[in-house]
Design a protein around this ligand. Sequence first.
Ligand SMILES: Cc1cc2nc3c(=O)[nH]c(=O)nc-3n(C[C@H](O)[C@H](O)[C@H](O)COP(=O)(O)O)c2cc1C
Length: 342
Amino acid sequence: MHSTLIGLGLTSPVLAAPMAGGGSTPALVVAAAKAGGLGFVAAGYQSPAALAGQIGQVRASGVPFGVNVFAPNPVPVDRRRYREYADLLRADADRYGVDVSGVEPIEDDDHWADKIDLLLADPVPVVSFTFGLPAARVVTALRAAGTLVVQTVTSAGEARAAAGLGVDLLVVQACAAGGHSGTFTPDRIPPEIPLPRLLGEVGAAVDLPLIAAGGIATPTAVGTALAAGADAVSVGTVLLRSDESGASAPHRDALADTRRRTVVTRAFTGRPARGLRNEFTDRHSAQAPAGYPALHHLTSPIRKAAVAAGDPERVNLWAGTGYHNAAAEPAARILTGLTRRL
Ligand SMILES: Cc1cc2nc3c(=O)[nH]c(=O)nc-3n(C[C@H](O)[C@H](O)[C@H](O)COP(=O)(O)O)c2cc1C
């Protein structure tokens, strides 16, 4: 394993990926560390106070951990297309008494500055960014505070830009990954590049330790990623049904249904993301304009109501291509099982 990861105290190259929206819990982060890897508190969608609370819970257990933050990289939505899309969602919204007709687009930055202030005031071992690059001064300040900085990239070009900022490690995320793509150009659906090829391209472009992510859900896939140049791997979907996951009941149940397939869609949030096909993705994937976070806020009340009603057809069922390997077991067993062939 790379000295940077050994320096954090890691004994396993299998990390638990950050999963905002409930998937990552403090218990999952602690379980990943106890299995010899590393877990991430997912700052996305959380208030700064809630984030501080989760950091406090993980810190109390005395294990190394990371915090993952959405870097602002908004794609302001075209207002006319937003309106048209809201109209197209009316049947889904009406089903739950949600009014989407007069809702203005929200273009917020998920409390970016407050979250960075929090991480500088009370530094954590690792901070990772996705969706885009932070300003160089943020990377410099975090590193000066003793924090290792990790950047998610989806191409060699993004890797070069991240390396230019002086980050310590890269997460190389292939399009097989569950959840949002970390692409810096979210107005385009990312190309389907297999993870080993992407690792080769990034490894040829930059001299940084690489953490592979996207579709890794078996011991063989872990071995393939490491053989292709990764120093460690990061798994998300395969942990979503674990005891420590905070995924909703409809999400867990849908993951157990192996007849579903995954699709990349911006129907839920306006940013490309991979999830299980359902009525919502079938109906709206071709209609949805680019526009994160405006579409995220627009569909959020529908999705929340659908979760409460146990309706998987109107929920963002984020899942990577290896979702059928997600088992309902303790996270530590899943993570150590993935190292079986090493
Ligand atoms: C439910 C879910 C939520 C996610 N949330 C985040 C997030 O908040 N931040 C992030 O960097 N990546 C997020 N991701 C992507 C993961 O960190 C990781 O790249 C991905 O899960 C790896 O692919 P896999 O799901 O096939 O293992 C999420 C993925 C899932 C499945």
